[in-house]
Design a protein around this ligand. Structure first.
Ligand code: ADP
Ligand code: MG
Length: 347
């Protein structure tokens, strides 16, 4: 069977190198600094997420990896090979966009085969590979249809099939589930993660949705204004946020000031007891937000500041929790559940 030569001819991939390495990447648009000096290593086979608010530089970073953007400074390596000056087609990378970018005049089958056709793969092999990949994304029956005849979720899976059919070593995904409703999005999160593990391809996944990042990633980088604030596993980033920005963007920011130092504590780690006396912080419940599965309590502390406490509604009714408003409470937590943020060395 004829196989395609990988796109990086003339340069040897160095074994053991990260799948993607960004060194000192900077990209500006006029006065706007889209990326301000980025260093990042993404390991082979990793599901790596770029998480951050709109405008923080995630898409620009993806486009620099893909080669659609040239950085003003810095270098891009793929599997140990410097591709900073290589064209997108010379990089062993594919991209899935949020808006799918399917060819409307082509059938699903033709869309999926497109990349193989450009590379000169023969008709029979194209057909076989496209069928195999359509089956993988659970769309075996729609090959003859055109994109307009599909649902949003189906179109997104066609875009995915088209991107993985020639087995890139790195797949870049830019908010691929952004246009889908919540239920479908949650299904697709599980599906994408399983697909990535199955294929063993490195995924670089962009999202502004913290829950999505926590659900899917092996590791994630939290972006803020063109910089990375923190890189780590989901548990690491959630439990040990290093800056106030990370604490607030990935979860609820509960900040305590103590003797000039700042600490965070996650709302679900706080034990709330009615009445005062005993150890711990005391305060008054200022607000109660009933959210079905859980209730959020906003507590004004006697020592100044406020903390959010989350409790599961195990045995309480909505009426009971709402009556908690105005009550005096004591808050306790295990010392290891607080984490110091904005330390000098992390700034
Ligand atoms: P994100 O994907 O995190 O929302 P982007 O990487 O798209 O962020 O954008 C980062 C910053 O760069 C934003 O301020 C955006 O307005 C700016 N930017 C991105 N692309 C361009 C462009 N082609 N021309 C001018 N400014 C741009
Ligand atoms: Mg973007």
């Amino acid at each position: 069977m004829a196989t395609q030569a990988p796109a990086r001819e003339g340069s040897e991939a160095a074994p053991g190198s990260p799948a993607v390495r960004l060194k000192g990447i900077r990209r500006t648009y006029g006065d706007v600094v889209a990326i301000a000096g980025l260093d990042l290593d993404i390991a082979e086979g990793e599901f790596f997420t770029l998480l951050g608010p709109s405008g923080s530089g995630k898409t620009t970073t993806l486009r620099v990896i893909a080669g659609f953007e040239r950085p003003d400074a810095g270098s891009v390596e793929l599997a140990g090979v410097d591709v900073t000056h290589a064209a997108p087609s010379e990089r062993d990378v594919n991209t899935v966009f949020q808006d799918y970018a399917l060819f409307p005049h082509m059938t699903v089958q033709e869309n999926v085969e497109y990349g193989l056709r450009v590379k000169g793969v023969g008709r029979r092999e194209r057909r076989m590979k496209a069928n195999e990949v359509l089956e993988r994304v659970r769309l075996p029956q729609v090959g003859a249809r055109r994109p307009v005849q599909l649902s949003g979720g189906q179109r997104q899976r066609v875009a995915l099939a088209r991107a993985i059919v020639n087995r890139p070593t790195v797949l870049l995904l830019d908010e691929p589930l952004g246009a889908l409703d919540l239920k479908l999005r949650q299904e697709m999160q599980v599906f994408l993660k399983a697909l990535q593990q199955d294929l063993g391809i490195t995924f670089v996944y962009v999202t502004h949705d913290q829950e999505e990042a926590l659900t899917m990633s092996d590791r994630m980088a939290v972006f803020n204004e063109g910089r990375i604030e923190q890189v780590g596993s989901p548990a690491d980033v959630y439990e040990h946020p290093e800056t106030e920005f990370v604490a607030g963007f990935v979860g609820v920011s509960n900040v305590l000031e103590r003797g000039g130092r700042r600490f965070t504590i996650r709302p679900e780690k706080i034990h709330m007891i009615e009445g005062i006396g005993g150890d711990g912080e005391t305060g008054v419940i200022r607000d109660v937000v009933y959210v079905g599965m859980v209730t959020r309590y906003i507590v004004d502390l006697h020592s100044g500041g406020e903390l959010v406490v989350v409790r599961q509604n195990l045995e309480t009714s909505s009426r009971e929790v709402l009556e908690a408003k105005g009550k005096r409470v004591r808050l306790e937590w295990r010392p290891e559940h607080t984490y110091e943020i904005d330390k000098e060395e992390n700034r």
